[in-house]
Design a protein around this ligand. Sequence first.
Ligand code: MTE
Length: 318
Amino acid sequence: MKNHIPRIASSEITPEGVYLDRRQLLAAGFATAALGTLGASTTLAASPPALAPLTAARNQAVSTSDAPNSYEDITTYNNYYEFGTGKSDPAVEARDFKPTPWSVTVDGEADVKGKFTLEDILKPQVLEERVYRLRCVEAWSMVIPWTGFSLASLLQRFKPTSKAKYVEFTTLLDPKQMPGQRDAVLRWPYVEGLRMDEAMHPLAFMAVGLYGKTLPNQSGAPLRLVVPWKYGFKNIKAIVRIRFTEQQPRNSWQIAAASEYGFFANVNPAVDHPRWSQATERRIGGGLLAKRAATLPFNGYADQVASLYSGMDLRRYY
Ligand code: MTE
C-alpha cells in the first residue's frame, strides 16, 4: 500500500519568489489556494490538494449548449498514462503530483524564446470559460467547462518566425512523480503537435481550470491543451515545453501505432479506427444502456474549422 507521508510545510510548497506578484495573479483569477488551504491540510495527507477558485466569464459564442458532465465524471474518468492506464487511476495516482512551481520552455523557430514561469505565461492572458465537447478516440465523449485562454494569444507572444510551420508540445518527464513513465506503454515524454494554422485557430485553447477552479492534477494541471475538433489524445496535459518547428512533429500515439493514430486526428465518423467504428459515441454519465449518439464531423465544429483542411484527403491524413 502507498505510504502517505504528511504534507510538507506551506513555506516549502510556496517558496519565496515563486509567487512573485501574487496580487496580479489574484487579479488574473489565478488565486493560489496553496498559500492558505494547503497549509491547513497538513494533517489530511490523503485528501487531494485544495484547488483555487478561477472566475471567468463564459464565452457563449463558442460554448456548446450540451449539458456539461458532472465534476465527478470529468475528474474520475481520465486518460493520463503517466498515472496509469485505467480510467480511475489518474484521480488516485496523481494526487501527490506537484503542479507548482511550474515553468515552460519555449524554443525553436521563434524570436522570443526562453524559460517562462507559469505566472509569466498567465499574466497577460484574459481568462474565459468555454464549454467544449471532448471526443475520445475510444468512442466516448464528455462536455467540459474549461477555464483558460486562447492558444493563439499565447503563441503570438513568442513571435514565431516564417519557418515555424508547426508547434510541438511536450509533457513533463518525471518518473519519480509520474509512475506510469516507469513502464514503456508509450515513449516518454508525451508529445503532441499542431500545424500553425490549427494552433492559431480561435477555437484552440489552453486550459488552466475547469468548473471554475484550477485544474485538478488528473486533468492536466497546471496547463493543458484543448483542441475540441480533434480526438482527445491531442489534448496534451502538464505542458513544459513549446517548440516551433519547420518539420511536422511526431506525436506519441503516432509513434506507438502509426497505422491507428495519425497527426491530424480530426474527429471523423467516416474513418473508422482499424479496430472499431467511429460512427457513434457514448456520452459518459449517461449509463451503459443510454442510446449512442452519431459522431459529428470535426466533433460538431465543422462550420468553424473544415476550411483549414480544404483540398486535403482526410481519409489519408487522419
Ligand atoms: N496527455 C498526457 N500527457 N498523457 C496522456 O496519457 N491522454 C490523452 C489526452 N492527454 C494523455 C494526455 C487522451 S487519450 C485523452 S482522451 C485526453 O487527454 C483525456 O483528457 P481528460 O482525462 O481530461 O478527459
